[in-house]
Design a protein around this ligand. Structure first.
Ligand code: HEM
Length: 432
């Protein structure tokens, strides 16, 4: 190679964005690690900055100093996701995705594979723990207005995760090929087929035909673990978006100076760690003392296409959406999908400049009614859609849509603007 090949062009001959001084070429690699770090670590980090990136994003990273325990739920979901992926891999080793063997392979995991019962219990209980934490996480974001500018993309990646998580959970529930797996899939494929024009072909394409057999089960299996790993990738985007804006906080005002912040470590590693220990205790209680509490006994009966269960009910985390599906009659699918879809638009539907419900007295009440509606729909999902439960489901569905589509945009116009604290530090009484 001649000298000319390696020579760097003089800066002035290049447009600014292509000047060597503006990019990395020709510079000795440097590490952002402190100078007292081990020389080998610094050498490696200057070439592959994993440790310094982790340090910047999770050790010295400035966090608002006033976060409460609700901010630990993102960590709970992340850890539970890892638990689900690892336990799922162990289950996959022994699972057989055929109509003839799916049910018995799951029974074999439960009864004969060494510690198989534990792995399965962790996986099934983990899904319930995951959804419980996820719903609290979303609720916290609604309460404190964490979806508002500049965190809209953070919110959208979260909503994308919610949809993916629902797909993965539904697909996973089909895999044991028990009665509820089979009939749940039947309800879903009928609901999809009822969509005019595209529904039928789409359902056939996804499930490999109109009858539910090996082709459908295979596809559902692939869908299950594909979405599970894709979720992991999208969580990366979610965290990336979070670290661009930084976390919101209970006051809903932005960080204005370093006095408003404390480093992630040790303050929030310790706080999240304590929360995780408590979360793990509840998780353990569910696995070891109440393993069948949140699952439906009908799924321990092998799928029988000739015998429809008296009532087809979903797992608890789908119950509100199922109640809307059944309460809506011919519009059930549109309403159920719409009640989820409307959440995507929340950052633009809410016009108020104030984030936290702490300073929005009317919004606070509206959110509490919304929570009551969601709980009511959750209960209604397990009841026959008739009589008083049908009326209540319809009222709760109406409030859900009214809240997001009408009240939220209106409230931003009529709400009085409160006096917000000057800064987080001032509110917390931190000396200048
Ligand atoms: C697999 C699912 C998810 C994972 C693993 C996850 C993880 C996290 C983590 C670790 C944080 C930082 C800690 C915290 O604020 O709690 C966070 C923040 C956040 N997430 Fe998620 N999340 C998920 C789903 C969602 C969903 C469904 C939404 C709502 C649509 C959402 C919206 C947000 C928002 C707005 C924040 C910032 C909160 C704030 O600073 O106040 N996330 N997420």
């Amino acid at each position: 190679m001649s000298d000319q090949d390696t020579a760097v062009l003089p800066d002035d001959d290049l447009p600014p964005e292509r000047r060597p001084s503006e990019h990395r070429y020709g510079r000795a690699p440097v590490s952002d690690l402190p100078h007292d770090a081990h020389p080998v670590t610094r050498w490696l980090d200057s070439r592959l900055p994993v440790i310094s990136t982790f340090r910047r994003e999770y050790v010295t990273y400035p966090m608002p100093r006033n976060l409460n325990g609700l901010w630990a739920f993102g960590a709970f979901i992340t850890v539970t996701l890892v638990v689900l992926l690892v336990s799922g891999l162990f289950l996959a080793i022994n699972y057989t995705a055929t109509v003839a063997q799916a049910f018995s392979s799951v029974e074999t995991i439960d009864r004969q594979v060494s510690s198989g019962w534990l792995v399965r219990s962790v996986h099934m209980g983990g899904v319930s723990m995951f959804f419980a934490a996820l719903y609290v996480h979303v609720w916290k974001s609604l309460w404190y207005g964490s979806y508002k500018a500049p965190r809209e993309v953070l919110w959208l990646t979260g909503m994308l995760l919610m949809v993916m998580v629902m797909v993965a959970a539904f697909a996973g529930y089909v895999l044991p090929w028990g009665q509820m797996s089979y009939w749940g899939l039947t309800v879903a494929s009928h609901a999809l087929s009822s969509v005019p024009l595209v529904g039928g072909p789409l359902s056939d394409w996804l499930l490999g035909g109109s009858s539910l057999g090996d082709a459908a089960l295979h596809r559902i299996y692939v869908l299950h673990f594909l979405t599970a790993f894709a979720i992991f990738g999208v969580v990366g985007l979610h965290i990336l978006a979070l670290h661009v804006t930084g976390s919101n906080n209970p006051l809903g005002i932005e960080v204005t100076s370093p006095r408003d912040t404390i480093p992630f470590h040790p303050y929030y590693t310790v706080k999240d760690g304590l929360g995780l220990a408590l979360f793990a205790l509840v998780f353990a209680a569910l696995i070891f003392f109440l393993p069948g509490w949140l699952t439906l006994p009908d799924n321990y009966i092998p799928a029988n296409p000739l015998s429809t269960p008296a009532d087809i009910t979903p797992e608890w985390y789908f119950a509100p959406f199922y109640a809307i599906l059944r309460a809506g009659g011919p519009f059930g699918l549109v309403l159920s999908a719409g009640s989820l879809a409307v959440l995507f638009a929340v950052p633009w539907l809410d016009r108020s400049e104030v984030r936290s419900a702490r300073y929005r007295p009317i919004y606070r009440w509206m959110l509490l009614v919304l929570l009551a509606s969601a709980v009511l729909l959750g209960v209604a999902g397990f009841r026959q859609p008739a009589g008083v439960w049908l009326v209540l489901s319809r009222l709760a569905t109406a409030y859900w849509l009214l809240h997001f589509l009408v009240l939220l945009p209106l409230l931003g116009r009529i709400e009085a603007r409160p006096r917000l604290p000057a800064s987080i530090a001032a509110h917390e009484g931190v000396a200048a």
